[in-house]
Design a protein around this ligand. Structure first.
Ligand code: FAD
Length: 376
């Protein structure tokens, strides 16, 4: 008979949501075991921009949660030994409607960490902004950048060393019948389980996903080779298409005319739900994207036309020594219209936790603490 292992808490999935739950439970002194079906996590958590992006939630009830997560990212980076930079973000305005949105946002966010910059101030902060036609910028100091490939690889080693968390990679969990959870080779006795399976709605509790309204979103991304001569981007950059997408700007009166103009000027971009950001990691690589397609099954092939649309819009607000693309990929996350999370208890002691709509890197640490503390 196989040995029976024991833990207080089982976490299924070693993406950022699973890792955040493992940390929150371990900090409460619980014995934790994490089960990841792949040999290493290769889901949305390593395919993203690597942005902790509280500004996208400013003026919404989730901002506090995001800021609590920020402190955890800084702590995790210091302890697990991965790169994490407090570089902030910069929204750039080239049209009167974009300028109006940034001004309206800044006055509503009065007293926050956002500040309006003149075109000259923007140029002093970064050499990557297109200055031609630039009207102003909005700088926010709260955003972090990490390299998600490095962070998601190093957090498990830290959790094992600091808290004795057991990790099982290459260990799909196909059924949970508490208190027993079985993998192909092991049997575990646990009291609680957190199912943090990302965009896999098919393996565990498919009936709960089927009735939930959840769907999936596919995003195409691009990465350059390291920039020459140590060139640095500075803050993460974005412009009008991103203002149109994020909830933080939705209360600004000028957002409507901005969206209407974007639909006229960039119809194909709007059809692909493209918004464009430019981030940089420690290696000096630039990361940009992304498209948004919705559904339960996607074409496995990426559209080069859509990639070119991303690069075309990028060139309207950003410049860099080399925009030659070294890698292209897509990622998939769960989507629930109008909601940033999906939490369900399919059976006593088991909690499904989904952070939806592309916010996992920003919200996972804060949300996991609330879930583990029983506040959600
Ligand atoms: C292109 C892209 C850009 C993004 N940019 C940002 C950003 O800049 N900022 C931000 O905040 N968010 C961003 N996001 C969103 C963020 O990446 C996701 O919200 C987050 O990674 C979701 O984490 P997760 O742990 O739920 O999912 P995943 O990372 O997909 O992890 C789920 C894990 O569960 C495992 N698993 C599933 N089922 C089982 C099972 N039965 N047994 C064992 N293991 C299982 C999977 O193998 C997988 O490793 C982006 C996402 C994408 C795709």
């Amino acid at each position: 008979l196989p040995t029976e292992h024991r833990a207080d808490v089982a976490v299924i999935g070693a993406g950022i949501v699973g890792l955040a739950h493992a940390l929150a439970a371990a900090r409460r002194g619980l014995r934790v075991a994490v089960f990841e079906r792949e040999q290493r996590a290769v889901g949305a958590s390593v395919r993203n921009f690597g942005l902790h992006w509280p500004v996208g939630l400013a003026l919404t009830p989730l901002h506090e949660r995001a800021l609590r997560g920020r402190a955890r990212w800084l702590e995790a980076a210091a302890k697990a030994g991965f790169w994490c930079v407090e570089n902030g973000s910069l929204f750039l305005a080239y049209h009167a409607d974009e300028q109006a949105v940034l001004e309206e946002f800044e006055s509503r966010a009065n007293g926050s960490t956002c500040v309006l910059l003149t075109a000259q101030d923007v140029a002093r902060r970064t050499s990557a902004a297109q200055t031609n036609g630039l009207r102003c910028g909005l700088f926010s100091a709260t955003e972090l950048t990490i390299d998600p490939r490095e962070a998601i690889r190093k957090i498990p080693a830290w959790l094992t060393e600091a808290y004795g968390v057991a990790f099982r990679f290459g260990a799909p969990v196909n059924a949970i019948t508490l208190p027993v959870l079985e993998t192909v080779t092991e049997s575990w006795r646990v009291e609680r389980a957190f199912v943090c399976s990302g965009a896999d709605f098919e393996t565990l509790y498919p009936q709960h996903f089927a009735g939930s309204g959840l769907t999936k979103c596919k995003l195409q991304m691009l990465r350059t080779a390291p920039q020459p001569a140590g060139w640095r981007l500075g803050p993460t950059l974005c412009s009008g298409l991103t203002m149109a997408r994020y909830d933080n700007f939705s209360g600004c009166p000028s957002i409507r005319p901005l969206r209407e103009r974007l639909a006229r000027d960039w119809p194909e971009h709007v059809r692909w739900s493209i918004h464009v950001m430019l981030a940089q990691n420690e290696l000096g690589e630039l990361i940009t994207g992304d498209t948004h397609e919705y559904g339960l099954t996607f074409d496995p092939f990426d559209s080069e036309r859509a990639n070119q649309l991303i690069l075309a819009y990028l060139s309207t607000f950003a410049q860099a020594p080399s925009l030659e693309i070294a890698e292209r990929w897509h990622g998939i996350y769960s989507w629930l219209e109008g909601h940033s999370e999906f939490v369900a208890e399919p059976e006593p002691g088991v909690t499904i936790v989904q952070i939806t709509n592309g916010l996992g890197m920003t919200l996972a640490f804060g949300m996991a603490e609330e879930i583990v503390n029983g506040e959600i």
